[in-house]
Design a protein around this ligand. Structure first.
Ligand SMILES: *Cc1c(COP(=O)(O)O)cnc(C)c1O
Length: 452
């Protein structure tokens, strides 16, 4: 890849913008519903509104709420609206962060610091997570020096509550459940986790990054959604991403705590800095006001009614997809996903080969492991493409079945190599090197040279 030189002279505005558009031609076509993750598009009306709100606050910085008092107001109001949706009482407070990962990082840091203060006898704090928990928890554990203890899943892909019970030790500080979890879209038994937390005097974080702004509406439409929020006495914090099913601009998530005392463990202060009394609520310094304004605007603009309408469409599309997939004998849905997030696997076909066959037809699907399956998140953008997708899926299944050798070299080979290397450390190092090569040199992302 040729290295760009620092431009000597500026280019014309039209030229700069035209170049951006030209560059974008290689990207996934999310607006046409060809991608099944990453972008949550609910149509032009709410998108324009969120964009306009962002632009009004383009230059603002929530790092200093004393200067941008209106941003403090937008943040507090957004958090209160979220707390209300999640049955938080008067005491529930929180922070807006840059995304689900930062919300999770902050929650883990909060509980580590709380345990340092309240349970100083604990030298190696442990957090019990389902193996299906979002990888941001692995990252948080790595960054903050806490130990993650992984609980296996039951046959329905929800965490095995008896296993969680057995894994509790005197070093446990926190339990985690997801509503829903990302890989298979099922909701962990949060009520049972809440009971355990209360019984054992432990904290419980619910990762509702994905489900926060869709589960309450699914429930209202008659879907089977068990309690997962502050209505349960053991839930001490909850993360919910506004840049997912709330349809705000990228870069905004909420982390909520049952009380303000807990939130203080999240804050960082440094009074001796020559730059002034330093206080920062979360991991980032500068906090883009635009993202916060877009979140506030989306909630205000759509309201409960607007989200119900969007959720109704997502549910219909999801039903069409699930029914269609269930009619394909080679495929099975994993568990009983209640929202627009699901995965399917196969007993007879290599699903990684199937992913490549779908990719040849213009679809971008996400591949998962342990067990091998393909992952889908349904948004309003998919309403018009569900039938086309099912038709292509049936064709792809027939193709892979008839000519598996044609699909043996792509993803099937990549994931085969990964499975052949038992040490996670080796695989992780290769993922890093392959990613680094891809970012600097381009080409494909592969495990070439991975020792077997
Ligand atoms: C997306 C997601 C996260 C992480 O959020 P980011 O905004 O991508 O950082 C965490 N948990 C779940 C369940 C998610 O779906």
């Amino acid at each position: 890849m040729e290295k760009s030189r620092f431009p000597q002279e500026g280019a014309a505005r039209e030229e700069v913008l035209a170049q951006l558009e030209a560059y974008q031609q290689v990207d996934g076509d999310w607006k046409a519903g060809k991608t099944w993750s990453l972008v949550y598009y609910a149509g032009e009306e709410v998108t324009r509104l969120a964009e306009e709100a962002y632009l009004k606050y383009f230059h603002t910085n929530a790092l200093n709420p004393f200067v941008f008092r209106s941003l403090k107001r937008l943040e507090t109001e957004t958090l209160s609206m979220a707390a209300d949706l999640f049955h938080g009482g008067e005491g529930v407070v929180g922070s807006l962060t840059s995304g689900g990962s930062e919300s999770i990082l902050m929650a883990v840091k909060t509980y580590r610091d709380e345990a340092r203060a309240a349970k100083p006898q604990i030298k190696e704090p442990e957090v019990i997570v389902p193996v299906s928990v979002h990888a941001a928890f692995e990252k948080a554990a790595h960054y903050f020096g806490v130990k993650l203890v992984h609980a296996p899943l039951a046959a329905d892909y929800r965490v095995d509550i008896d296993a969680v019970k057995r894994l509790i030790t005197p070093n446990t500080i926190l339990l985690v459940g997801s509503a829903p979890q990302y890989p298979h879209g099922v909701i962990d038994p949060i009520a049972a986790l809440s009971e355990l937390a209360v019984q054992h005097g432990l904290r419980l974080h619910v990762d509702a990054c994905l489900g926060g702004f869709t589960l309450p509406f699914i429930k209202e439409l008659g879907g089977e959604v068990p309690d997962f929020d502050f209505a349960l006495p053991g839930v001490s914090s909850l993360s919910a991403d506004l840049h997912k099913y709330a349809f705000a601009a990228k870069g905004v998530s909420a982390v909520l705590y049952r009380d303000a005392a807990l939130r203080e463990f999240q804050y960082f202060a440094y009074g001796d800095w020559p730059g002034g009394l330093f206080i920062s609520p979360s991991a980032t310094g500068t906090r883009p006001g635009g993202a916060i304004a877009s979140a506030w605007a989306a909630l205000k603009f759509l309201g409960r009614k607007g989200y119900l309408e969007i959720t109704r469409s997502v549910r219909e599309t999801t039903r069409t997809l699930l029914e269609g997939i269930r009619r394909i004998p080679e495929l099975h849905i994993l568990g009983a996903p209640p929202a627009g997030i699901f995965a399917f696997g196969s007993q007879t076909l290599n699903v990684h080969a199937l992913a490549d066959a779908l990719e040849h037809k213009g679809w971008v699907v996400d591949q998962q492991v342990n067990p091998a399956c393909l992952h889908f998140m349904v948004t309003p953008a998919h309403a018009g493409v569900a039938e086309t997708f099912l038709r292509d899926l049936r064709t792809a299944v027939a193709e892979v079945k008839a000519h598996p050798e044609q699909f043996a070299t792509g993803s099937a080979a990549l994931y085969g190599m990964r499975a052949a290397v038992p040490e996670p450390g080796v695989v992780n190092q290769f993922i890093k090197s392959a990613y680094s090569r891809f970012m600097t040199e381009g080409g494909t992302f592969g495990f070439e040279g991975l020792p077997e």
